[in-house]
Design a protein around this ligand. Structure first.
Ligand code: CTP
Ligand code: MG
Length: 228
């Protein structure tokens, strides 16, 4: 890549088009309130605080108005696009609607409390020339691999849990996602890896937890209370 990334704007895709089956509840997961404010609003604010200048929010069909209301207080410009059947498809729809900017973050709306330091670290690593960057945390539990009726312990010292936002040079993300169409990968870094790009790891944070089950929302409420 030839361009100088030091002054490039940072744009982000926030994927919020999942159905939130494991969390349950009356409203879509990404607009569930956390301390009275929709998850997606927290997520966009966290990205903005870290230096993101504009965001594409990928939402479920028919929910445009619900999300527009949830984003009314967003500190940066946003646009809404309709997502797909898988997270990867939703990211692809977001890519198709990206505003200009050579640095692109992809973030789960379901990670509302990612600390500003993590967002900054991901952006800085892409600015420094890394094609693909992911925040990771060590595993805290002992891990066992189950196989049939038995199981074996796994050495967890070499394992990391992967979070978002993940950061990419725009042309890397665009070309890797185009090449990956039709095959499912677990995240966008894996999509880029499949195209031969190296993935750089930076420290994530426990506070960037993904709201998956009701327990996670209770933890998030406690984190917010602790920040006050
Ligand atoms: N996501 C998406 N489009 C999909 C599936 C997921 O944009 N087709 C988004 C979710 O909205 C979420 C993120 O990807 O912000 C991570 O997915 P997950 O935590 O699994 O959320 P859901 O798929 O909504 O939840 P569940 O799997 O429990 O239904
Ligand atoms: Mg899901």
């Amino acid at each position: 890549m030839s361009q100088n990334l030091s002054t490039e704007p940072v744009v982000a895709i926030v994927v919020a088009a999942g159905s939130g089956v494991r969390l349950g509840g009356e409203v879509p997961k990404a607009v569930r309130p956390l301390a009275g404010r929709p998850l997606v609003s927290w997520s966009v604010a966290a990205l903005a605080a870290g230096g993101v200048t504009e965001v594409v929010v990928v939402v479920g069909d028919g929910l445009q108005d619900v999300f527009a209301e949830a984003l009314a207080d967003a500190p940066i410009p946003w646009r809404i696009v309709i997502g797909g059947a898988t997270r990867q498809e939703s990211v692809a729809r977001g890519i198709a609607a990206l505003p200009p900017g050579e640095i692109v973050l992809v973030h789960d709306a379901a990670r509302p409390l990612v600390p500003v330091e993590v967002v900054r670290a991901v952006i800085e690593a892409v600015r420094s020339g890394a094609p693909a960057v992911i925040p990771v945390v060590p595993m805290s539990d002992t891990i066992r691999q189950v196989a049939g009726a038995g199981s074996v312990v796994v050495d967890r010292s070499g394992l990391r849990a992967v979070q978002t936002p993940q950061g990419f040079a725009r042309d890397v993300l665009v070309s890797a996602h185009a090449a990956a169409a039709g095959r499912e990968y677990t995240d966008d870094a894996a999509v880029c890896e499949a195209s031969g790009y190296e993935v750089l790891l930076v420290p994530g944070s426990r506070e960037a937890l993904k709201i998956t089950e009701p327990y996670d929302l209770a933890v998030a409420e406690a984190i917010v209370a602790g920040r006050r």
